[in-house]
Write a protein that binds this ligand. Structure first.
Ligand SMILES: NC(=O)C1=CN([C@@H]2O[C@H](COP(=O)(O)OP(=O)(O)OC[C@H]3O[C@@H](n4cnc5c(N)ncnc54)[C@H](O)[C@@H]3O)[C@@H](O)[C@H]2O)[C@@H](O)CC1
Ligand SMILES: Nc1ncnc2c1ncn2[C@@H]1O[C@H](COP(=O)(O)OP(=O)(O)O)[C@@H](O)[C@H]1O
Ligand SMILES: [K+]
Length: 515
């Protein structure tokens, strides 16, 4: 469940090696063998008979894994063309040992920046990219080779396997180092990684580059380094309890969602329905007088209360049973300025989204000084950049060295700065708490739902989180659980989804979870 950085992975390796549980050579042998197993599992047609492979080995231990793979495939009768970047005598010890074993059986050619001639074949060639893995420290400069691997991965007839990470992509961030054009970047059909997935397999463009991801256990016992707190993927068994305990509706909390003015209430209504569906006992829309009729005509189970200004909100909040607030969707800048401070002063669990964030773009510190530990901010990248321009800039700037700043780093830094949970939206949604804990909700690979990028999807997410907060779930867990359920609803509906469809999927998703 952990998503490791390169540093956390090598710390895990060091911990086990220093404890005498395993040697580096054993890990490399298992990584190579696991790669071959993963290749044959994906393409069973390669399991029988002799095939051909081009193996590209780099100057570090990723290259070492490549030598192991070359040896194992050759032992199956394959024809191998192997290229090495750099000098054999400069390889680190375990890689050097596997180079020497390979040399007993086959040739090593020098890899230069020119297109590689695959062996003369009638059939297909399997490309093995073992140039760089977690040790990538600067941009991949063999642009002809990168172009060739990228084109081969895009060609449905040709198969490319990346060991640990397609070379040139940062395994911490999923970003390409340097500014090569998209067609001059490597890619793979299958990426085989070891022990734990790396953050870069999930974040940013990592999933597109990796193709499909296989994880191989290499027998490391230490999940990470002692004391490390790596990011974790939200998965069903990490969901904060969504089952309802028996009780009265007031035992399940009461969420107040504030709307904008007349003609602008749709977004908040989406949020309110989501809060009710996820099980808040009661949900009320706080509506300005001019929009009362509009909201009343649309809503039945959701209640309505007139909230014109901060004073009216203060009065509403005299009811201690109102335990969760949602502000932002369709709220409008003027209402945001009036209502956000009053909402935050109440100390209630609060989701701030959309206009509630943008309204403070010119003075984010004015917002941050009012936030407390029970707040969840749910910005998309545009809103994030308005509140945290310097942190966003680190993600925008072309990284010239590795590891590059990641969306995990960004959300973590933002959360520490503002003192609240920050959920940075996307196919790789990152949720960070001020104490350094990070959850990632991955809508990539088999959970990919590009049709969730539709107007109003974010409003529904804000409501799901507000509903979970009303039910007493802690902010980080509420945000992670809400984001996970949101994607499951989109998966269940499929393409053609509009935001109104999301909530209707929730009962089926919950039933499948056994809730
Ligand atoms: N950490 C572990 O527990 C294990 C690591 N293994 C393998 O080892 C890899 C990590 O090995 P390393 O730390 O040696 O790192 P890599 O093999 O990924 O690359 C490091 C080497 O490449 C050079 N380099 C980096 N960027 C470059 C660039 N753009 N152009 C030219 N040279 C560049 C570095 O100077 C260094 O020599 C993993 O990705 C994985 O494949 C596996 O053998 C299994 C166990
Ligand atoms: N490609 C994608 N794959 C999965 N989820 C996505 C993708 N693009 C956007 N989303 C999700 O859709 C929602 C969009 O929210 P937002 O940008 O606030 O839109 P809106 O304000 O129109 O509701 C977020 O939850 C985001 O994580
Ligand atoms: K690689």
């Amino acid at each position: 469940m952990e998503l490791l950085t390169a540093a956390e992975m090598s710390a895990a390796e060091r911990t086990d090696i220093e404890a005498g549980r395993v040697t580096g050579a054993e890990l490399m042998a298992r990584a190579g063998a696991g790669t071959v197993d993963a290749v044959l599992a994906k393409w069973p047609d390669l399991a029988a008979g002799a095939h051909r492979a081009v193996v590209l080995c780099g100057p570090g231990n990723n290259g070492g894994d490549g030598f192991v793979v070359a040896r194992l495939l050759a032992a199956r009768g394959w024809t191998i063309d192997l290229y090495l970047l750099g000098r054999a005598d400069a390889l680190p010890p375990d890689a050097r040992a596997n180079h020497d074993l390979w040399r007993e059986r086959g040739e090593v050619r020098a890899l230069e920046d020119a297109a590689i001639a695959p062996p003369a074949v009638d059939g297909e060639v399997l490309w093995i990219d073992a140039l760089f893995g977690t040790g990538l420290s600067r941009p991949f400069t063999l642009s002809a080779v990168a172009r060739q691997l990228g084109a081969a991965a895009r060609d449905p007839e040709t198969r490319v396997v990346a060991i640990d990470m397609p070379s040139g992509w940062c395994s911490d961030s999923g970003r390409w180092l340097g500014d090569a054009a998209p067609e001059a970047r490597t890619a793979a059909d299958l990426t085989v990684t070891f022990h734990r997935r790396k953050a870069g397999h999930i974040l940013s463009d990592g999933p597109t580059a990796c193709g499909q991801l296989a994880r191989v256990d290499i027998g490391l016992e230490a999940a990470t380094a002692p004391g490390a707190r790596p990011a974790r993927l939200v998965e069903p068994d990490t969901l904060a309890a969504v089952s309802k305990r028996p009780g009265h509706k007031y035992d399940h909390g009461h969420a107040l969602v504030l709307t904008g003015g007349a003609g602008r209430t749709g977004a908040a209504r989406l949020s309110a329905r989501a809060a009710l569906r996820i099980g808040a006992g009661l949900v009320t829309l706080g509506v300005p007088g001019a929009a009362q009729l509009e909201v009343a005509m649309h809503e039945t189970a959701v209640m309505l209360r007139r909230v014109d200004d901060a004073e009216a909100l203060d009065t509403a909040l005299e009811d201690p049973r109102l335990n969760s607030l949602c502000l932002g969707p369709g709220l409008g800048s003027e209402r945001a300025h009036a209502l956000v401070p009053a909402a935050l002063a109440s100390g209630r669990a609060t989701v701030l989204d959309a206009d509630a964030l943008t309204a403070f773009a010119d003075a984010p510190d004015r917002l941050f000084s009012k936030l407390h530990a029970r707040c969840v901010l749910t910005p998309h990248m545009g809103e994030f950049a308005r509140l945290f321009p310097d942190i966003a800039e680190d993600l925008k700037r072309t990284p010239e060295s590795g590891p590059a700043a990641s969306r995990i780093d960004a959300a973590r830094a933002a959360s520490v700065r503002c003192g609240a949970v920050v959920l940075l939206k996307g196919a790789d949604t990152v949720i960070a708490a001020p104490d350094g804990r990070v959850l990632v909700n991955a809508a990539v690979y088999e959970r990919s739902v590009p049709w969730l990028a539709t107007a109003g999807a974010g409003d529904t997410l804000a409501g799901l989180i507000a509903g979970l907060l009303a039910r007493g779930i802690a902010p980080l867990e509420a945000a992670g659980t809400g984001a996970w359920l949101h994607v499951e609803c989109a998966r269940r509906f499929g393409p053609g989804l509009i935001a109104e469809d999301l909530c209707g999927m929730l009962p089926g998703v919950l039933r499948e979870l056994g809730v």
